[in-house]
Write a protein that binds this ligand. Sequence first.
Ligand SMILES: Cc1cc2nc3c(=O)[nH]c(=O)nc-3n(C[C@H](O)[C@H](O)[C@H](O)COP(=O)(O)OP(=O)(O)OC[C@H]3O[C@@H](n4cnc5c(N)ncnc54)[C@H](O)[C@@H]3O)c2cc1C
Length: 410
Amino acid sequence: MEQCLTQRQREIVELAGRLADEFAERAAEHDRDGSFPFENYERMREEGYLGLTVPEELGGMGAGLHDLILAQERLAAGDGSTALAVSMHVSPIGQLASLWRASGDERLADVLRRAADGRLVYASMSAEPGDPTLMSSRTTAQPVDGGFRVTGKKIFGTESAVCTEFSTRALVDDPERGPTVIFFRLPRDVEGMTVKETWDVMGMRATQSNDFELDDVFVPEEDVFHRYPANHFDGTMLKTVWGWAMPTFGAVYLGIGAGAMAFARELALKMKKADNPEVQHLFAEMEVLLETARAVLHRHAHEMETGALYADLPVQEGMSKAVLAKYVATNNACGIVDRALHVVGGAGYFRRFPLERMYRDVRAGPIMPYTNLEAHDLFGRTSLGIEIAPAVSLPDSHRPQTSGIERAVR
Ligand SMILES: Cc1cc2nc3c(=O)[nH]c(=O)nc-3n(C[C@H](O)[C@H](O)[C@H](O)COP(=O)(O)OP(=O)(O)OC[C@H]3O[C@@H](n4cnc5c(N)ncnc54)[C@H](O)[C@@H]3O)c2cc1C
């Protein structure tokens, strides 16, 4: 169904659409070769897409979370891999922008200006086996003069092929505060980092999300931008990483679903199948899946933009709502692509058509964090009032001046 958009949103979606249509032409080749789409990054740099979420006063396009979701859905309809890869840049940059708005920190402003003019490509590469909820880390950080020495193995380094710097995490055994998770920035060419070419996978092949190792890497104290006690939910992480990444991942996978649906529609009309009641039923179901997912994503964006989700709710409750946005969008996306395959039939099985790639790409959605299993655990226990982990509240400096719900009503 058509979306109701403001003039500004229409312009952002049109930009994403132009890029998506162009990237779609080379997506099959990158998928087949498992090659990273560097030329797509050049185009996104030229068109200002890499500065999408940088505030306008710092040279960017000023997109908020809602705009970002709309843009990423449209981009992914053409090329899921590029859309997922660039999420790891535009979403963290949007998070840094929200921190800059609260603090006015000049160092953050510098990062954002460099993202706006395309000199900086950011990546968020903190995954490790066994702890996708970021509560702890197997990567260790030893305190040394002026910072830390970090050693560990990381997986799923999306954008490691193109980023200029990235954030990741490690665990410090702090003698005073106890085990503490630290998040820090590293330059991509830092001494002691080695990328392992392990990315030979089912889908999202052009993301080149390779493993990498950090061996005794030095992290200056000033590059540690956040810390919280291990095995806690953290209010600042909800406002930033979870509040932004969950809907952004959701939007990417939903976009793949929307792309599959568009392909199925084109084929159904061409093959004169539109009068078939079964085909009509499949389109009705796909519309319901698409629109309900959009509704949940857009509600989430509204609750983030008013601040209600992270400032007014207990942290575990807010986490549940953030994860719900990703859960609904990624699972509905799989449901849409499955139905699109039924509409298209045998042609959908051929690699010369994009549906075969979309079918594989969309499967990564429910296994990215929060995975379906982790989400069920979070939703079920939160619904029953069971505390999963203690929470660290959002600091007052990160809260909106008035309550989010009041702000929404005004
Ligand atoms: C295409 C793709 C790109 C990615 N890109 C990035 C990236 O750029 N940066 C990044 O940081 N990460 C990225 N990730 C990785 C992702 O963030 C996860 O950390 C990673 O998938 C976890 O690996 P795993 O499934 O081996 O985890 P494991 O933690 O070993 O999980 C294995 C299984 O156990 C289940 N499980 C684990 N904990 C629980 C629990 N508490 N309750 C119930 N079930 C549980 C999981 O659901 C899963 O089924 C990407 C993932 C994919 C698929």
